[in-house]
Design a protein around this ligand. Structure first.
Ligand code: ATP
Ligand code: MG
Ligand code: MG
Ligand code: MG
Length: 476
């Protein structure tokens, strides 16, 4: 039967409550105790000190639905969004944690029970695959995990080995680490890279989606690389809510679940752009709507958690996300501010699970609107000049940057969407030349040493004229 995203979240937390886990609220997207981390990007972040033994809690088992953002830093999925069916900048990670309490055997048995028991998620076993750590360097193959998966009821031929890149986790260069098991779901031929062609697991990346990662923290890595077994091994797991919702709602894309469709519908209304359900010509528009829905969630939650747009650090990533959303609105023909309205749609969908949104929505919408208005002024001048030719030539792109303040990342992103290779080398070269010229003219001490603002004005006229004459190139 049909299950909403909210029910799926609730069922996860309830399942682990029946296994004596304490339900803990999501922590903020701004990590409280870890300045090395850009944004909270996994459920375990808020428990880092507990895993390290530096902090004690009055429970040894916890379960959460954690707000996560992966847009910058070690995990950066920003570029993926809109182009894969399974990556978001903001997503919710469902997790269960054991702090030196149960270990591998129970973690595996719980995961399998929740996924396959008809009383819980009820996924057919023949749609699931499991991976174990293959062993690499001095770390042995995870034979234990294999045994426990088999004991839980997974046929041996559905268990695959993976190397350290996918199946070995570490908190840092030293400290707790250990092998992982990932659970994959077979979305079927309809989702395959080449629909109709049966390619076995794990070769087809579209068809097989990773839904859950179980980390078995069992070693302590010393500075010289040696591993010692932890006296009390721990468990950290993470499952993307949007991915499990996709599976349980019988879809092949996270964006087709009820976690996204209301937001996409709202984005259609706000951009006055309705796409035909099965039309190929509308593929790009559909991607734009997905990006707007995704970025609206990320911007809303980030600002709600205290991040403000800025030119560096966290605020810069937020700004980049908002500008990308705004640009896709423009691709759909919406030149007026609209993203701030999306904030209320996000609150309406997610306010029950994250009540803080009811408190913050008005403030968040104001911040988004101010950013939209400010950015509109930049775009008004620059966007009409941006086309295939300016993006292909670093020198022309640099003029756009200099003359109209068009942000570099914005142009790089636009080029990527259009399948054009941005000429970054040429851009940097033009920038260096300009800086050298500026330095030279300052040294000269003659008339040429007009303040930069006057030099810029002079250039505006000349370059503006030149850019307008770029003929025949498609405006993006
Ligand atoms: P992938 O290989 O698909 O990028 P991952 O291995 O990087 O995923 P983990 O770090 O293992 O992801 O995170 C645990 C779970 O969180 C994943 O199994 C997946 O369900 C979910 N997840 C990870 N990244 C994203 C994302 N960008 N958007 C949505 N869900 C995600
Ligand atoms: Mg990833
Ligand atoms: Mg992975
Ligand atoms: Mg993983």
């Amino acid at each position: 039967q049909y299950r909403s995203g909210s029910q799926i979240r609730e069922d996860f937390l309830r399942f682990f409550e029946t296994k004596q886990h304490r339900r803990i609220h999501s922590s903020s997207l701004v990590p409280a105790n870890d300045p090395t981390l850009l944004f909270t990007n996994a459920g375990m972040n808020q428990f880092k000190d507990v895993f390290l033994g530096a902090e004690k809690r009055d429970y040894s088992r916890a379960t959460t639905s954690q707000k996560c953002v992966r847009a910058g830093g070690k995990h950066n999925d920003l570029e993926n969004v809109g182009f894969t069916r399974r990556h978001h900048t903001f997503f919710e990670m469902l997790g269960n944690f054991s702090f030196g309490d149960y270990f591998k055997k129970d973690a595996i048995a719980y995961a399998w029970e929740l996924l396959t028991s008809p009383e819980w998620y009820g996924i057919p076993k023949d749609k699931l695959y499991v991976t174990i750590f293959a062993g690499e360097g001095s770390v042995p193959r995870d034979d234990e995990a294999e045994q426990f998966w088999i004991a839980a009821g997974v046929p041996r031929e559905r268990i695959f080995e993976m190397g350290a890149k996918d199946n070995f986790w570490q908190m840092g260069d030293t400290g707790p680490c250990g092998p992982c098991s990932e659970i994959y779901f077979d979305l079927g031929l309809e989702a395959a890279d080449q629909p109709g062609v049966d390619v076995p697991f794990p070769q087809d990346e579209q068809r097989y989606v990773e839904i859950w990662n179980l980390v078995f923290m069992q070693f302590d890595r010393a500075a010289d690389g040696t591993l010692t077994p932890l006296p009390k091994p721990s468990i950290d797991t993470g499952m993307g809510l949007e991915r499990i919702a996709c599976v349980l709602q019988g879809k092949i894309s996270n964006f087709e679940t009820d976690l996204f469709t209301p937001l996409i519908n709202r984005a259609e209304q706000l951009t006055h752009h309705r796409v035909e359900k099965d039309s190929d010509i509308d593929d790009r528009s559909r991607a734009s709507l997905r990006i707007i829905a995704d970025h609206a969630r990320a911007a809303t939650f980030l600002i709600s958690d205290g991040v403000l747009p800025a030119n560096e650090g966290r605020g810069y990533v937020l700004r980049k996300i908002m500008r990308r959303g705004i640009r896709h609105g423009r691709l759909l023909g919406q030149e007026q501010p609209f993203m701030h309205e999306m904030v209320y749609a996000v609150r309406d969908e997610m306010g029950t699970a994250y009540p803080e949104l009811h408190e913050t929505a008005d403030r968040v919408a104001k911040v988004v609107l101010a950013e939209e208005q400010q950015f509109a002024r930049t775009l008004q001048l620059g966007l009409s000049q941006m086309n295939e030719e300016t993006l292909k030539s670093g020198a022309l792109a640099f003029r756009l940057y200099e003359t109209f303040g068009m942000p570099l990342d914005f142009m790089v992103d636009a080029a990527r969407d259009a399948g054009i290779e941005f000429d970054l080398v040429g851009f940097e070269k033009a920038k260096e030349e300009e800086q050298a010229r500026a330095r030279a003219s300052w040294k000269g001490g003659s008339q040429k040493t007009a303040a930069p603002v006057f030099r810029d004005l002079a250039k505006t006229e000349f370059q503006g004229y030149k850019l307008l004459r770029v003929d025949g190139a498609k405006v993006l």
